[in-house]
Write a new protein. Sequence first.
Length: 223
Amino acid sequence: MRRKIAEKTSIASSRIPHITYVEEVDVTALEDLRAKVNGQKRPGKPKLTLLPFLMRAMVRAIAEQPHLNAHFDDEVGIIHEHAGVHIGIATQTPTGLVVPVVRHAEALDLWSCAAEVARLTEAARNGNATRDELTGSTITITSLGALGGLATTPIINHPEVAIVGVNRIAPRPHWDGATFVPRQMMNLSSSFDHRVIDGLDAAQFVQRIKLLLETPAVIFIDA
């Protein structure tokens, strides 16, 4: 497993010219909404973490910038855009890092995203995930949860062209024009393949995700 991880990360690091874009996101409203929904959810419903909201925000952002949901075949120099949004969830397991895949996230609602993430990450950690469940992602999320630090420089999951990194949520002072108020803040650290994605495109993608996470009601409004 370690040898395979070493091979994959070495290929990504050596072949892909990474550009990493870090942005601060105010998730106060999202965390309030998440707490309320989790407190009122029906029995049998999965607990909502940040990830399902982020996944839905990514689906919305990708609809506007579909070239970020792609593979770059650098052996022949061809970009393959994908209609389906298959989101890889980088998951730490006892034997190493694996990436189970939530397929067709564009067709899943918030609860379905949460249930599929829970099912796949549990299977990955137990060693029960199938080969099909561990391959075929078109864009990846990586998160260290509470250990996520202030910023990271995620390595792209080759041959994808983008990865979204989640850093820890923590209260920080925010100036509201009159005084400092505590807000729940989180950084997104996202890397892009600079051969395929220009800096402006990367910034627009992250800013769109930021807007959706900061105004979570918009995530549920059909465009």
